[in-house]
Design a protein around this ligand. Sequence first.
Ligand SMILES: Cc1cc2nc3c(=O)[nH]c(=O)nc-3n(C[C@H](O)[C@H](O)[C@H](O)COP(=O)(O)OP(=O)(O)OC[C@H]3O[C@@H](n4cnc5c(N)ncnc54)[C@H](O)[C@@H]3O)c2cc1C
Ligand SMILES: NC(=O)c1ccc[n+]([C@@H]2O[C@H](COP(=O)([O-])OP(=O)(O)OC[C@H]3O[C@@H](n4cnc5c(N)ncnc54)[C@H](OP(=O)(O)O)[C@@H]3O)[C@@H](O)[C@H]2O)c1
Ligand SMILES: *[C@@H]1O[C@H](CO)[C@@H](O)[C@H](O)[C@H]1NC(C)=O
Ligand SMILES: *[C@@H]1O[C@H](CO)[C@@H](O)[C@H](O)[C@H]1NC(C)=O
Length: 529
Amino acid sequence: MAFSEKRTSSKVLIIGAGFSGLATACQLRREHNCDDYIIYDRSSAPGGTWWANKYPGCAVDIPAVFYSLSFAPNPDFSKVYPPQAEILEYFNRVADKYDVSRHIVQNTEWEGAYWQEPTRSWLVKLKNLSTGQVFYHDCKILISAVGALVNPNTFGAPGAEIFQGDIVHTAAWKEDMSLREKDVIVVGNGCSAAQLIPAIAKEARSITQFIRTPQFYLQNENKQIDDNWKFIFRYVPGALRLLRLMVFLYLESTAVRFNINPNGNKARNLSSERSKAYIQRNAPGELNPRRIICRRIFDNNKYISCLQKSNIHLTEDPIVEISSHSIFTKSGQEYPADAILLATGFALTQYDVELVGRNGRTRDQHWDNFGYKEAYKSTAMSGFPNFFYVLGPNSGKGHTSAIYSIENYVNLVMKVIAPVIQDRCSFVEVKPDREKDYNVNLHEKIATTIFDSSCRSYFIDYKTEKNWFIYPWNSFVMWYSTHSGRSDDWTYDVRPDKNRVFRFRHLLLLLALSIILISFTMIVREKYS
Ligand SMILES: Cc1cc2nc3c(=O)[nH]c(=O)nc-3n(C[C@H](O)[C@H](O)[C@H](O)COP(=O)(O)OP(=O)(O)OC[C@H]3O[C@@H](n4cnc5c(N)ncnc54)[C@H](O)[C@@H]3O)c2cc1C
Ligand SMILES: NC(=O)c1ccc[n+]([C@@H]2O[C@H](COP(=O)([O-])OP(=O)(O)OC[C@H]3O[C@@H](n4cnc5c(N)ncnc54)[C@H](OP(=O)(O)O)[C@@H]3O)[C@@H](O)[C@H]2O)c1
Ligand SMILES: *[C@@H]1O[C@H](CO)[C@@H](O)[C@H](O)[C@H]1NC(C)=O
Ligand SMILES: *[C@@H]1O[C@H](CO)[C@@H](O)[C@H](O)[C@H]1NC(C)=O
């Protein structure tokens, strides 16, 4: 990594070494043969989500044949839904294969970025987290691949400072923490909690889970992939691709239940009936999901049957205070506590980093002016040339692989930046009216799904009441809109110096043509006069 540390500039700068950053880096190389890039990440090792979430039981919930990069298929996954460690290993293998690893600089926080009109480049402010030192990096193109579920939710109950045990979020797990014979508090009941609880149920003395909204869980099995299948995946041409396609199509078919229409209602009804029956069969009376089915929480780890164990207790009684060795609830109960595990999800604060675009306008001003948080096709904003998000506002989907979305957005960015990468232009910027139209359509579409009102969660920006997480169309639409984009959605300049060369050439050509024309008329005149 020595070579990257001395550099203070590069053509492309990527923030974030998760799958978004990795896919961007691979495609820079594959599509533009561009090696002039650097990736900064604040964590101490690459992998993003899959490095951060090391809690027991963590795994993917999309069959990994589809939760992998299309250009880097992996025949070796051990299970249909492999554990976190395997995904991380896959990540690192791809990063090495595409020569990305040596471009990654860890322990570096992105703190701001400032557009410089004279040089048409970004000045990026960074902080070395080992020393606290701030430094700057200059780049032509800035790509924010900071992820979607990256900043853990904080937990507000008073008394945390006097608590004698560990308070740990699932996305900031302490690997050396032992829960053996401990009284454990788990807060939250999303995917993370459903994976965590079965994995620690044997070890802990007791687990008390505090939930706010009872959820639906779907029965599902996680099958081992045996050597015969691995052989087929490795040696039969097209086998992995075909399976990938089948998984994609199957998952896509489950998206109907997000729609507010008769088909959607029917599908939701079916899912929730099935889920209720499953819960009733495996943990009668323990959990009674109330709201409409929004999330798809697969019970791969058998969380529901765990609820029947004598050492596991579930309650909706909220925690109001933490003391040194216990917690108190609203109803006045006290529970002994040696560790508090927060499976409370994420705050979408990764967009808060200061960004100052053309004419000193900040992104906050841009969004205030727009009315809500947004980006054209989740990737770009007018006034912020050469700046792109990979999983930006409204890029999230609840039913299929995030890597599919990542690859689509990376494809769009690669296409749009081509003239800048090739030094034919100095900037590219989305046209304001296209940005507006796109977002008006987007929110009209969201209004026809359950994501606007019924599924209130971190999807909704509390300030503007707008859903700034969900991508409401299907995956075919996403593919089309990121592969066929009209080039007139974007403004390019022609590089000033090239422009001059261009005009000079024109002038020469005009001069030559005039000379030829004049000589020709003179010859003709002479001949026929
Ligand atoms: C526990 C868990 C399980 C999941 N399982 C699935 C699944 O099964 N299927 C699925 O499709 N999706 C899943 N997801 C969603 C998952 O986040 C995406 O699939 C994908 O990993 C996102 O990749 P990313 O690179 O965009 O973001 P991340 O992997 O989050 O990477 C972002 C990186 O940016 C860095 N970063 C952020 N801000 C800054 C900053 N200011 N300065 C420096 N660095 C910064 C972070 O350190 C991080 O390394 C899961 C998420 C979680 C939390
Ligand atoms: N591969 C996988 O299987 C997998 C695993 C983990 C995560 N993920 C992905 O990551 C995303 C985040 O998952 P997550 O489980 O970490 O978070 P999440 O889905 O946002 O769930 C957080 C849970 O904590 C609850 N909560 C938050 N604050 C609380 C409080 N103060 N008191 C009580 N309960 C509180 C929330 O309740 P409310 O519902 O009432 O808000 C919610 O149930 C998911 O959307 C999923 O896509 C996937
Ligand atoms: C941050 O500081 C450490 C310790 O001095 C150093 O080893 C590392 O190279 C620095 N990182 C960057 C990006 O300069
Ligand atoms: C599903 O539909 C049936 C029949 O129309 C109805 O009785 C039932 O209450 C519905 N269930 C849910 C969860 O909406």
